[in-house]
Write a protein that binds this ligand. Structure first.
Ligand code: GLC
Length: 535
């Protein structure tokens, strides 16, 4: 206990690390222009060190027109000027490392920005040109090519827009997300070569890991056949060719002791685990846990399935409660539907934030006690709720591409509150933040919470400090009443979470290490509360 796991085995730090996701644009604004930047992150490194996280994952910080929050990259070897410079990124990586914090960058291999030189060259070169072979350009169907080449669904759930755009020269090009994000052709050797060079570029700069965006989408059936539900193999998701790509990436990472975390949304546990075979990706995000409703049986099943699917390939699990794409945890848990599903997002969903916060506190102790790595999304440690962004301020393409039905993802991307009494809650200085901070945002400020032992921040700090140092050794479930989760870890620490509507007796223990809320006057664990005990 107490000893950070990565210190015990720094080689395999990623097997049990706590990794903090930084959405740069909304983290801290160092130059006062209303947009978060690298200067802001550098100024807050002591905060991150005090929180105790082992690594930072930066959402894309490269040159980008920001049509999809930076997931539309125009140049992988340049930092967007809104965020800073390459020299500053290098400084940030080394300053963080001095504090014991590693850096993970985000690579978006499925597509590039339409402003990327490759796509600009392809546009200029015209139909049938070798430049167009780096993407998926096709003539249309129908008598005059007026119909898109196939019927593939958008990868923005809820989108009512096509994934093909026609150019004035008659060709159509494929984009599984927005038209500003043309899909690359991964059957082309230059695409593979370029990405392996990009990996080396960042590993050379001292990054410890790479998050792979949309990792199961890169390979496409070269015939681009129509999408038929249940068609096997699927023409655009989870194709077998991907494994060869990642085996090759792995040899690059191994040269630098680098690690991968894949964004792999797949319902099939066995297919998911294939990406984690020993010569492929080290880890992948566990979206089944993130999507799971606040229900003891469902959570236990999700934990068991996760551990069982990882065991045969020897990869550690990851535990994720939220990120920059999904509804913030305290809001999700404060609703009737406590699971997450992109298809269910709607404006005006009633939310009980006090309830959601209580559950999120318990969920924090649950996830931090599980075997594997934990991902925290900036602001989760402050218990920030999802913000309602007025429609005239929404920037996320998900909202626009759903015809205004989906509120989009801006509500979880609101600039952080740092200092309660400062302008813009201490996020920046001169200009108003790029997304509005809702009324009451300053109440969540980090400085207030740092001074309050009952705050969400204090809970996260204490839990990360205490987080049992047993790496990814297995857990053992303990007998517990209906609605209560109880398990013991290898070093004798027990985690109990009560999701039942009556208080639960604590199992025998010598010490109460931490609880997400007070016990009742009979020493029992109230509903929606978790505790860590020494057995
Ligand atoms: C991933 C990112 C998301 C982005 C999409 C397209 O899902 O997490 O933010 O919109 O890929 O790059």
């Amino acid at each position: 206990m107490g000893q950070p796991t990565h210190a015990r085995n720094s080689q395999e730090w990623w097997r049990s690390a706590v990794i903090y996701q930084v959405y740069v644009r909304s983290f801290a604004d160092g130059d006062g222009d209303g947009t978060g930047d690298l200067a802001g992150v550098r100024s807050r490194l002591p905060y991150l060190a005090e929180l105790g996280v082992h690594a930072l994952w930066f959402t894309p910080w490269y040159l980008s027109p920001l049509k999809d929050g930076g997931y539309d990259v125009a140049d992988y070897r340049a930092i967007d000027p809104a965020f800073g410079t390459l020299a500053e990124a290098e400084k940030l990586i080394s300053e963080a490392r001095e504090l014991g914090i590693r850096t993970i960058v985000d690579i978006v291999p499925n597509h590039v920005s339409d402003q990327h030189p490759w796509f600009q060259a392809a546009l200029a070169a015209g139909p049938g040109s070798p430049e167009r072979e780096l993407f998926h350009f096709r003539p249309g169907r129908g008598e005059n090519g007026e119909l898109p080449p196939n019927d593939w669904p958008s990868q923005f759930v809820g989108s009512t827009e096509p994934v093909w755009t026609r150019l004035p020269d008659g060709d159509w090009y494929l984009h599984l997300f927005t038209p500003e994000q043309p899909d690359l052709n991964w059957a082309h050797p230059a695409v593979r070569q370029e990405h392996e060079d990009i990996l080396r570029f960042w590993f050379e700069r001292g990054v410890a890991g790479v998050r792979i965006d949309s990792a199961a989408l890169l390979a496409k059936d070269p015939d681009l056949p129509d999408f038929v539900e249940g068609r096997d193999p699927n023409p655009l998701v989870d194709r077998d060719e991907l494994h060869d790509i990642y085996r090759s990436w792995r040899t690059v990472a191994d040269d630098y002791d680098g690690v991968f975390v894949g964004e792999v949304w797949l319902p099939d546990a066995e297919r998911f685990a294939r990406y984690l075979r020993p010569d492929e990706l080290h880890t992948a995000f566990n979206f089944s846990f993130l999507s799971c409703p606040w229900d003891a049986g469902r959570l236990r099943a999700s934990i068991d399935t996760t551990l069982a699917e990882h065991a045969p390939v020897g990869a550690p699990a990851t535990w994720v409660l939220c990120n920059h794409d999904v509804t913030r945890t305290v809001t999700r848990y404060g609703r009737t539907e406590t699971g997450f599903d992109f298809a269910d997002k709607a404006f005006g969903t009633p939310t009980d934030l006090a309830l959601g916060t209580r559950r999120a506190r318990a969920a924090a102790l649950l996830s931090l006690a599980l075997p594997g790595a934990v991902y925290l999304y900036q602001g989760e440690e402050l218990g920030l709720p999802e913000a309602d962004i007025s429609v005239d301020r929404i920037q996320d393409p998900m909202y626009f591409r759903s015809g205004g039905a989906d509120p989009g993802r801006d509500g979880c991307r609101v600039p952080l509150p740092w200092v309660a009494g400062a302008p813009f809650a201490g996020f920046g200085s001169r200009e108003e933040p790029w997304l509005p901070q809702p009324a009451g945002w300053a109440d969540y400020a980090a400085d207030l919470q740092a001074a309050d032992p009952k705050s969400m921040l204090a809970l996260y700090r204490a839990a990360i400090r205490l987080r049992p140092a047993f790496g990814d050794a297995p857990l053992t479930w303990l007998p517990a009443p209906q609605g209560v989760l109880a398990f013991i870890r290898a070093d004798g620490v027990t985690c109990v979470v009560n999701l039942a509507d009556t208080p639960a007796d604590l199992p025998p223990h010598t010490q109460l290490l931490l609880s997400s809320g007070p016990l009742d006057d009979q020493g029992r664990l109230p509903q929606d509360t978790a505790a860590w005990l020494r057995a």
